[in-house]
Design a protein around this ligand. Structure first.
Ligand SMILES: Nc1ncnc2c1ncn2[C@@H]1O[C@H](COP(=O)(O)OP(=O)(O)OP(=O)(O)O)[C@@H](O)[C@H]1O
Ligand SMILES: [Mg+2]
Length: 297
């Protein structure tokens, strides 16, 4: 058998079992920062597809309404056949966001794909996306970022298996104490219940108001609970975020003098956090590779 070519793609996923904490916003801004500041070839894959989905975030709503090559196809039994028989099927999945990164949008078939995965043997159930990234995206991208559903379904489990690394954004709020404990417990449960082993790579405090004690305490608690994983710079709360999402872009696409101070701080935070994240992902990638290639004792 031919050896599988070495796969150099860095991968991570945004995942928290909680809605509205900033997963989609984080994945979009980290992806654009990696492309702009580090010159990475970046692909975002939207496996969550909620109201604030990534195609809306990048102002591509109409364009992706009726995708002709849906990502949900890779979870089906006939994916190998499709890949081999439909010309350029992977190219046809990918859209240009206009912000230096590519996007594979979510599609309505993901719900059915989640159900179908339940019927296939456990050994194959969670590895479909990993195989897709390894086989079909190799050499095309340096960095693949997955925006996952905020619940433990078979699509999210595929994402966690494929990514191996998790970014968890958390926002201050009424349940913040539980959130911190739940984050660790949820990942522990996943590891126990399924043959996957995602690593918590970065916890990003987000929507942080510099003026409130609640926000400041929240940041301090994250740093205490996750000294290794806490992001270097908390992400401020800024009206610019939803304003620009409605206009269809990230803050990186806006001239900085058109942003509020809070927006400028958000940009700075995503820049710094992305640099640290890429360092960490590179380290994790290397150590996994050396574990794989080191001779058995
Ligand atoms: N730094 C920020 N400042 C202010 N608002 C923000 C910030 N980051 C995200 N938001 C807003 O918070 C809301 C939730 O963000 P987002 O959609 O990214 O969360 P999510 O975790 O992906 O949600 P879901 O679970 O619904 O997928 C959005 O309306 C977004 O515009
Ligand atoms: Mg989302």
């Amino acid at each position: 058998m031919m050896p599988v070519p070495e796969n150099k793609i860095l991968r991570t996923a945004t995942y928290v079992e909680k809605g509205g904490v900033g997963k989609t916003t984080t994945s979009a801004h980290v992806a654009v920062a990696a492309a702009r500041e580090h010159d990475f070839d970046v692909l975002l894959i939207d496996l969550a597809g909620k109201q604030n989905d990534l195609s809306t975030h990048f102002g591509m709503g109409g364009e992706v309404e009726d995708v002709d090559a849906p990502i949900s196809a890779i979870f089906g039994d006939d994916w190998d056949f499709i890949r081999d028989n439909i010309p350029d099927v992977v190219d046809r999945m990918v859209y240009n966001t206009g912000e230096e990164i590519d996007l594979i949008p979510a599609d309505p078939g993901l719900g059915g794909a989640d159900n179908n995965l339940a019927n296939i043997p456990i050994e194959e159930r969670f590895s479909k996306l990993d195989e897709f990234i390894t086989q079909d995206l190799n050499k095309r991208y340096d960095f693949v970022l997955l925006d996952l559903p905020g619940k433990e379904d078979n699509i999210a489990l595929n994402g966690l298996f494929a990514a191996g690394n998790v970014i968890a954004p958390l926002k201050p709020g009424a349940f913040e104490r539980n959130q911190l404990e739940n984050l660790r417990a949820d990942l522990d449960d996943l590891r126990e219940e399924h043959p996957i082993d995602p690593e918590l790579t970065m916890v990003i405090p987000t929507m942080v108001k510099s003026s409130t004690n609640l926000s400041q305490e929240f940041v301090a608690e994250i740093q205490k609970a996750y000294p290794e994983q806490a992001a270097p710079v908390p992400v401020s709360n800024s009206q610019d975020i939803s304003k620009k999402q409605n206009e269809g872009c990230t803050l990186f696409a806006v001239p900085e003098d058109e942003l509020y101070n809070t927006g400028q701080r958000v940009l700075e935070a995503y820049r710094e956090n992305t640099t640290e994240l890429l360092n960490q992902l590179t380290k994790n990638h290397e150590s996994r590779r050396s574990r794989k290639t080191s001779p058995e004792q």
